[in-house]
Structure formats: C-alpha cells, structure tokens
Design a protein around this ligand. Sequence first.
Ligand code: HPA
Length: 248
Amino acid sequence: MLAIIGGTGLTQLANLKITHRQVIRTPYGEPSGPMTFGIINGHEVMFIARHGYGHNIPPHEVNYRANIWALFEQKAKRVIAVTSVGGIRADLTPGALVTPDQIIDYTSGRNHTFFDGKDSMVTHIDFTHPYSEEIRQQILRAATLADEVCVDGGVHAVMQGPRLETAAEVNRLERDGADMVGMTGMPEAALAREMGLPFATIAVVVNHAAGRGNSHNGIPFETISSVINPAMARVRNILELVVEQDGD
Ligand code: HPA
C-alpha cells in the first residue's frame, strides 16, 4: 500500500475516500496522529499528517521514528513524503514542484535512528542515493500524465528550524550544492531506509529562500498561502496518478 506523509498545506487529501482511522502505538511513542486509511482511484492508501491534523507539531518536534515505524507496521510498501521548501536554485521559484534526488542533512538533536545500539547490533545503512529511484520515476510519470511539471532531481538541504535561514546561510547552502531548503526531510528519509521502506519526496517550493528573489529583505509570509494551496492541489493531482503506478 502507498503511504503518504503530508506536510504543511496537506493535512488531508481531498481525493481520499476515508475508510477508517487508526491510532497506532509504537515503541518510540506517539506518531503525529492517527493513521488515515482510504481509497484513491480504487487503490488503498494510508496517510499521516506530519505536523498533526491541527498543524501544531513543529519540524524539530515531529516524532519521525514513531511515524515511520507506524507506516512500516501497517505494511506500507512505498512512501511519498510531501514537504515545503524554499527555492535556492534559480529555476525553483514559488509554486515549483520537485522530486529531489539528494539530501544534505544539517539537522541536530533529533532522534534520527532505529539503530541506537541499545537492543540492536551496530548497523550502518547505505544512503548513497537517499531516495528510491523507482518512486521518483513513478512521481515523474504521474506528473506527466497529470499534465503537471515536476522538476527531476535536486539537492534538498534540511535545516533544524524552526527559524528560517539567514541570507548568508542560504549562500553557504548554495555553495554546498543545495538547490532547495526545508526542515522536515530528515531524519524521515533515513529512518525509512533503515526500515527498508522505499521513499521519495515531492518538494513544494513555497518561497524564495532567504535573501533570494522576493525574499531579498525577508520571507514574505503573506504570499505563502496563496502559493501553497494551488501547489498542493497540483500535488494531489499527481498523487492520484501515482497510485495507478506499479508498486502496491
Ligand atoms: N527554509 C526552510 N524551510 C522552509 C522554507 C525555507 O525557506 N520554506 C518552507 N520551508
């Protein structure tokens, strides 16, 4: 079954016919909320809102381990995480959708592994290519079928937050090779890999990163909601067609 992790602006899926909700207990504590199960286009899907259904859990407080554990326990076969980012690369302007192919992790102090050495052998996962290429291709095919543009690839920098970056930090991220910056991509992607869950992301560019474009003198928060709502509608169009692709 496809699992979808919804981010800011995607706390529910309008096109999901809900069948039931389930509270899931995990050895790592509470997930962000009950898992929502339903049907999209005749296919079963499970959905969780990363920031809670009332959008009250900040990026650094999300229980990423509990969320990924819950998806694993409910037998998710593949995971698509939707996340908002600021655009650094010139073509990643507000409203752009991207499926990144690389990550740089700048987060700290988050519970970032299931292999913390207490009950398990020391385990190192391979993370050379952090996203499932198969799911990335499914997203790109679904976007083409939905007549939506989704940019293929890019480096996703993940910051600790919850504050936004300084202009100098964004310059440094760019020098590091980052194309977009968000706060929730990690440790989610690595935890999914630890659990053996194929995982990819649809990143929604909701603003120019700090110091760029119309964020030159500050992030214009007032414009974000007008970008995010239509962009998430386009993400839903893509998700509707991703469920049709192989993998369930
Ligand atoms: N920086 C970090 N996280 C974000 C941004 C940003 O500019 N926009 C949306 N999430």
